[in-house]
Design a protein around this ligand. Structure first.
Ligand code: HEC
Length: 353
């Protein structure tokens, strides 16, 4: 893999990891908020119902209902759950109020109670658990996020007040003197302040899941184009600031190694030229100092007339070549060792490399 590709991959991997972690955190945050919001709606619905219960209770205590007429009406029909007196039972008015909100919000609503009068209020196993928590009276509410059934469960206890006892209180106070209340149910002998039953709302977590998914998709809609932009930006930045300078350095290195190679050849050429100079007897001539000048960074030339083999590199070979070739050529020619023109071949050939 090229270094440029590696750098872009590394940058994109860093962005991907950041985005993934952000999305996971966001998922938990949105989910928490969704759950809190749902629980808030449930709490509002139950509190509202408790208010309804209290106001119907108060109306009953103040004699707002013509009980005699209502009971006569119910006795004539025998159908309690469709009678008007049923609507005046505080807890019934309360659950009817919640039932409406529950329907609107898509919650499941239940009023579980041990030894329920209405069979449909018999608690399910998980509602029994709720009653176990709430009936001792120590908790104001119960909230549970059940991942197994993917549901949020919210419950508030139903606490009895004095006015409830005319129907749920001591059987000895039975208006019909048979231990039954005014509508024919056996009185339970409950006391004011006790908790019996609960208002329970259950919401499907999928409503929160939908919000979470929506939030994550919205984030991705922003992040993906941004990531693509970062990738493209990095690609150009990379080419300009990293790959191009690297290529330039490599080209520089190549030139340097090429000139080192050239230099090695120049060395042998030097020796050839020196041999030629010896041949033409130019050791004492006017141009001999030009023939074998000390190479750049080399030791002082040996006393034997430039036969030092421990030479360092010569950085600019062509220049040096021409520097040495011209005097060599002219002295060789002057000495009559070379026919005119033939010596020009050697330096030109080297300079052209
Ligand atoms: C007029 C008599 C009457 C009064 C007063 C009354 N209730 Fe009830 N209550 C009933 C009847 C009847 C039912 C059964 C309703 C049904 O079958 O749908 C019932 C049902 C309930 C239930 C539901 C569980 C079950 O047994 O099915 C709870 C909880 C409850 N009452 C609590 C209370 C509380 C708390 C009060 C006081 C605020 C109260 N009731 C006042 C007659 C009464």
């Amino acid at each position: 893999m090229k270094i440029g590709t590696k750098i872009i991959f590394a940058a994109l991997a860093a962005v991907a990891v950041t985005v993934a972690v952000t999305l996971v955190v966001q998922k938990f945050v949105i989910e928490r908020q969704g759950i809190d919001l749902t629980v808030g709606t449930m709490r509002a619905a139950v509190l509202e119902a408790e208010n309804v219960r209290e106001s119907i209770s108060r109306l009953g205590q103040r004699g707002a209902f013509d009980r005699k007429k209502l009971f006569a009406e119910f006795q004539a029909s025998g159908d309690l759950r469709n009678s008007t007196v049923y609507e005046t039972i505080p807890v019934v008015a309360a659950w009817e109020a919640i039932a409406k909100v529950a329907q609107q919000e898509g919650f499941e609503f239940r009023v579980p109670k041990n030894h329920a009068r209405n069979p449909k209020n018999a608690p399910t196993p998980d509602e029994l658990e709720i009653l176990k928590v709430l009936e001792p009276g120590a908790h104001a509410e119960y909230v549970r996020v059940d991942r197994a059934s993917n549901r949020i469960i919210f419950a508030r206890p139903i606490k009895l007040t004095q006015d409830c006892l005319s129907c749920h209180g001591d059987p000895a106070t039975s208006p019909t003197h048979d231990g039954k209340d005014a509508v024919g149910f056996t009185m339970e002998n409950w006391k004011a302040g006790e908790v019996h039953g609960a208002f329970v709302l259950k919401a499907d977590l999928s409503r929160v899941d939908g919000v979470v998914l929506g939030g994550m998709l919205r984030s991705l809609a922003w992040v993906l184009p941004l990531t693509a932009g970062i990738g493209v930006g990095f690609y150009f930045f990379n080419r300009r600031m990293i790959v191009r300078p690297l290529h330039q350095s490599i080209a520089g290195l190549k030139t340097a190694s090429a000139s080192a190679e050239l230099n090695a050849q120049t060395e042998s050429l030097d020796r050839a030229v020196a041999a030629l100079v010896t041949l033409v007897g130019g050791a004492g001539g006017p141009h001999t100092t030009d023939v074998a000048p000390p190479p750049f960074g080399a030791k002082a030339p040996a006393a034997d007339g430039g036969q030092d083999t421990d030479r360092g590199p010569v950085p600019i070979a062509p220049t040096r070549l021409s520097a040495i070739s011209t005097p060599v050529r002219s002295s060789a020619w002057r000495a009559g060792a070379l026919p005119g023109g033939t010596t020009s071949k050697l330096p030109r050939q080297s300079a052209a490399r």
